[in-house]
Design a protein around this ligand. Structure first.
Ligand code: HEM
Length: 408
């Protein structure tokens, strides 16, 4: 299923698209890390950062490497919701810090820990629904639905609206643009989904207003009540944060769960290792995150002239920070291409680094641990069939993963 490196394309040709298990892309990244660790696309001038040390620096210096692309994005269409506006991941300091403090007040480690029994219960229900089957699709039966149910419950979305909520998750992810050129979103996408995006914004707004009138025990109520230095979230910021939670926490977690099984399949003995010692599950999942990170790269924009490694980069350039490459950098990780379920330390960049470090990381870690333990309890054998991969450059993982299981 993996990874005999094919003949490598020259660096000047740019990164090949992620196809299948990404063997071509990994081969290009491995070679280019050696020859041009900061690779400049000759056509667009976009700057591609490939090593762990450089990626860490880019993600650590928001004063130089901005997350605000509003100057490059097409102007918001009148009459369409603009979910990017005041959204955590595309704001810079000082506004980012204020926004993050506010949402962190509502989305605390205690909130996440409190979800544990419910996640275990939903996992059980989903596995019960597939009981008796020897063949299942991991994405359809478990890894797809679980994260949506968890986010819906967390926010306080009624169970009866879940299906609609799940559908929206698909619409929120715009098609990716041309990565090599650092064109991050295909223009005009929002227009094609105007009805659905408006429906979603209106729906969330009605819930936000409801929580202002009548507080409940859910994240939307806590977001509405959060206050830092006399400042509160506006309705629009609350709606955007809820939509972002759905986008950021859904597909990524689905991919993590299916990527985990692919890593274990790739490395015989890893499932029995975890079965014998369940306390090894968190370490193994960190290695899954390093080895097959769901998010391939992150964009930044230089605010000023700077130098990365040996390369001068002018202000106003797109910087493509390759997480998949940083995570396989031989200078940071011995035997970097090998999946090692016992690897420690493991300073992968899959959840980013610095001020934008993934707010949902504790939830994703907890959710995947619960699922993995449930799978190990329930099945004696789990064997992956032929996966179908996402066909987009920014996502590494599968749309379908047939598995054959034998009950314990
Ligand atoms: C395996 C699962 C996940 C992965 C790989 C992942 C990855 C990431 C990455 C790479 C970023 C940083 C983006 C940047 O630096 O530009 C991020 C930010 C974020 N993630 Fe996650 N994420 C995951 C799950 C979740 C979940 C479950 C939630 C919440 C339900 C979530 C909520 C967020 C939020 C709110 C941010 C924005 C933080 C900020 O900009 O300050 N993520 N995530």
């Amino acid at each position: 299923m993996t990874s005999t490196p094919p003949d490598t394309a020259p660096a000047s040709a740019g990164p090949p698209p992620v196809v299948g298990d990404g063997a071509d892309l990994f081969a290009w990244l491995r070679e280019t890390r050696r020859t041009d660790p900061v690779w400049i696309d000759p056509a667009s001038g976009a700057c591609h950062v490939l090593t762990h040390a450089d990626a860490l620096r880019v993600l650590s210096e928001p004063a130089v490497f901005s997350s605000d692309f509003s100057a490059l994005a097409p102007p918001p269409e009148p009459g369409l919701p603009n979910f990017a506006e005041a959204s955590l991941s595309v704001t810079d300091p000082p506004f980012h810090g204020r926004l993050r403090k506010l949402v962190s007040q509502a989305f605390t480690p205690r909130t996440v820990a409190g979800l544990e029994p419910r996640i275990a219960e939903v996992t059980r229900e989903l596995l019960d629904a597939a009981a008796g089957r020897e063949q299942l699709d991991l994405v359809d039966h478990l890894a797809g639905p679980l994260p949506v149910v968890v986010i819906a419950e967390l926010l306080g979305i009624p169970t009866s609206d879940r299906e609609m909520f799940r559908r929206w998750a698909e619409y929120l992810l715009p098609p990716s643009g041309d990565v090599t050129a650092g064109q991050f979103v295909e223009g005009g996408y929002a227009k094609t989904r105007a009805a659905e995006l408006n429906e979603m914004a209106d729906y969330l707004l009605s819930h936000v207003r409801d929580r202002r009138a009548r507080s409940r025990d859910d994240l939307l109520s806590r977001l509405v009540a959060a206050e830092v230095d006399g400042e509160r979230l506006t309705d629009k910021q609350t709606v955007n944060f809820a939509a972002f939670m759905l986008l950021a926490g859904h597909l990524t977690t689905t991919l993590l769960l299916s990527n985990a099984l692919l890593c274990f399949e790739e490395t015989p003995g890893s499932l029995s290792l975890l079965r014998e010692d369940p306390s090894a599950v968190p370490t193994a999942l960190e290695e899954v995150l390093r080895h097959r990170p769901p998010v391939v790269f992150l964009y930044r924009l230089t605010r000023e002239d700077t130098r990365i490694g040996a390369v001068d980069v002018p202000a106003g350039r797109i910087v493509v920070t390759w997480i998949v490459s940083a995570n396989r950098d031989e200078r940071q990780f011995p035997d970097a291409d090998r999946f090692d379920p016992r690897r420690t330390p493991n300073a992968h960049l899959t959840f980013s680094h610095g001020i934008h470090f993934c707010l949902g990381a504790p939830l994703a870690r907890m959710e995947s641990s619960i699922v993995l333990r449930a799978l190990l309890d329930r099945y004696r054998d789990i064997a992956c069939g032929e996966p179908e991969y996402h066909q987009r450059p920014d996502i590494f993982g599968v749309t379908r993963l047939p598995v054959t299981v034998r009950a314990a």
